[in-house]
Design a protein around this ligand. Sequence first.
Ligand SMILES: Nc1nc2c(ncn2[C@@H]2O[C@H](COP(=O)(O)OP(=O)(O)OP(=O)(O)O)[C@@H](O)[C@H]2O)c(=O)[nH]1
Ligand SMILES: [Mg+2]
Length: 207
Amino acid sequence: MNDNTPGITGLILAGGRGSRMGGTDKGLQNFHGLPLALQTLMRLQLQSTPLQEVLINANRNLAAYESLGVPVWPDSIDGFAGPLAGFQTGLERCETPLLLTVPCDTPLFPLDLVERLYTAMNAQDADIAMAAAPEADGTVRPQPVFCLLKTDLLESLVKFTQGGGRKIDAWTGQHRCAIVPFDLPGDNAQAFANANTLAELQQLESL
Ligand SMILES: Nc1nc2c(ncn2[C@@H]2O[C@H](COP(=O)(O)OP(=O)(O)OP(=O)(O)O)[C@@H](O)[C@H]2O)c(=O)[nH]1
Ligand SMILES: [Mg+2]
């Protein structure tokens, strides 16, 4: 971060149904004794490149999320339309030129996430920078909910969702998107492990 770095807002995506976790509000499930959304917030605050602000996107239990001390915004699109509804809400609400999205169910994400996405966005003159990391089978795949986005993409996203679009990669594919691999020597292979079920959450706690 230097004086030329534009402001970046972090957005915690906690607006899903949590259906694989029995319909629970995942961001409020405890991880090492604290709600996942709070663990995510703390990890954003520890980033090597500081964020200007953090917002939470949630659709249930809004008061519980508000108690974490940052602004909370529900989806502006009805009906649990998926993570892109969260992206849209973040782009509508953020007051900085850049928005970083992270899901609430991946509490070990890298501490240099913002730094590496921002560096790649600049180096490749991209509008979006998206993390890529090894999955359980070892194959490196895009992690589309970990995205750094230019805020002026809002108009494009509104158009896409209004046309019924729901798939992140179908939308990001319309723009110049830098894919940023996090599988370098020294990177933690578990950094992008996410907890979709209670068993996965317990497994993550044992890492
Ligand atoms: N705002 C918003 N975020 C969503 C929505 N659906 C999923 N997400 C978020 O996208 C990220 C990845 O989604 P999943 O891991 O599939 O989470 P989920 O939808 O809560 O869980 P499942 O219902 O089990 O798929 C999580 O951070 C979710 O909170 C939605 O309809 N709106
Ligand atoms: Mg998930």
